[in-house]
Write a protein that binds this ligand. Sequence first.
Ligand code: FPP
Length: 254
Amino acid sequence: MAISSTQAVPDTDAVPRHVAIIMDGNGRWATSRHLPRTAGHVKGVQAVRRVVEACGRRGVRYLTLFAFSSENWRRPAEEVSLLMRLFVQTLEREVDKLNEQGVRLHVVGDMSRFEPRLQALIADAQARTAHNDRLHLTVAANYGGRWDILQATRAMLSQNPNLGRDPQCIDEAHLAQHLSMAWAPEPDLYIRTGGEQRISNFLIWQLAYTELYFTDQYWPDFGAAELDTAFDWYSNRERRFGRTSAQLRDAGAR
Ligand code: FPP
């Protein structure tokens, strides 16, 4: 299981090992051009392609994208169904390209609300890329951080009912092993485009010590150059994980 940043100090590098992104601003990108909001989502898929390729080239090992939150069902029905169609189309069209790039696809979230066809496509795309290890691309769909903690708690207690009788015994690892991204290290860098400075119920457990980067750029305008700017900013962060600057200097750490 991945190292917990609150239990031990993880290794860090100049290039983030795990990047998590909230791809915000698709709607505003479109409306500022007098286009329907959905056009912004279509354009957003092109930005996803650029960022996946750039992350692969830069040596990022895990890229996690928030495509649809558990709260996004509140949007107009037409927009929700366009997002679902885009998701289906992207899965159908991109799996071969992901394989060529050595990308392993994971989808996390509550799949039970998706149509059976989409659920089957997701299972097929995950199986077809399961042998890849260069870049783990995780798409969070119908995902919410609180949902994740709740489902992990339920799984922990149903697998080990004794913990419910003796809650003092519960430690981080008992719960964390059931989170939907238990296999990945915690994100080093969180990027949110579109000018908002919020976590919006993304990986709320895992972001405990993540560096948070916000940019006003809209997601459809984001690409390799913008990613490099975020990486430059990240490489200048002092990641103390609770320690002092003096301790870091003494240890020769970044
Ligand atoms: C937020 O922008 C974006 C979303 C809710 C959807 C993101 C989806 C994509 C980029 C396309 C599909 C992705 C994959 C991986 C297939 P917003 O609509 O909230 O923009 P706004 O804040 O300007 O209204």
